[in-house]
Ligand binder design. Structure first.
Ligand code: AMP
Length: 193
């Protein structure tokens, strides 16, 4: 099974992705995690990305597309994957279409976790408190920036898929379990539901 999880920062993509990984035996491809790992390893790409991430901006499309193309080609994706944090721009979405076409692969579901932006601000502030601010981009100013970047650059990705009739919006309000149940239901339902 190959899935894409869309949704603003703090919508719970990472948490839901981890659960789906366990349930379906697929791998989670989180571009945020990959960039953070590259940054802590001190690779040139990682160090460049860190400055951009700390500001709440997006890492350039060509860098992201290369990272994801390499990752999709790893053998552990054979059983399927869940994209968490990619694509984040319409150009990334178009590049992903091409990448998958070239490999003869399709996407089974594209799920958008829909959450009110005010609630997100509070959730991310809570995450910052819980993790002791271990994510440098979980500060109030950066969160506002990331939500703004989401509205301008990533919301059009959901629209791109919606127009093609392949987007499944899921209400992201409520507990992790409630949202998980809605995602499971949406995975069971037909694509044209
Ligand atoms: P995340 O963990 O998904 O919230 O990502 C953290 C940060 O990594 C984002 O705010 C961006 O700076 C960067 N990032 C992650 N995925 C992408 C992507 N697909 N395109 C551009 N930047 C990304």
């Amino acid at each position: 099974m190959r899935l894409i999880l869309l949704g603003p920062p703090g919508a719970g993509k990472g948490t839901q992705a981890q659960r789906l990984v366990g349930k379906h035996g697929i791998v989670q491809l989180s571009t945020g995690d990959m960039l953070r790992a590259a940054a802590s390893a001190g690779t040139p790409v990682g160090l460049r990305a860190k400055a951009i991430m700390d500001r709440g901006d997006l890492v350039p499309d060509d860098v992201m597309i290369e990272i994801i193309a390499d990752r999709i080609d790893q053998p552990d994706t054979a059983n399927g994957f869940i994209l968490d944090g990619f694509p984040r721009t319409v150009d990334q979405a178009k590049a992903l279409d091409r990448l998958l076409d070239e490999r003869g692969l399709g996407i089974d579901r594209i799920i958008e976790i829909v959450v009110d932006h005010e609630v997100l601000r509070e959730r991310i502030a809570g995450r910052a408190r819980e993790t002791g601010g271990s994510r440098a981009d979980d500060t109030e100013a950066t969160v506002a920036k990331r939500l703004d970047v989401y509205r301008r650059q990533t919301a059009p990705v959901a629209e791109y898929y919606r127009q093609r009739g392949v987007l499944k919006p899921v209400d992201g309000m409520g507990t992790v379990e409630e949202v998980a149940a809605r995602i499971d239901e949406s995975l069971r339902a037909g694509t044209d539901a």
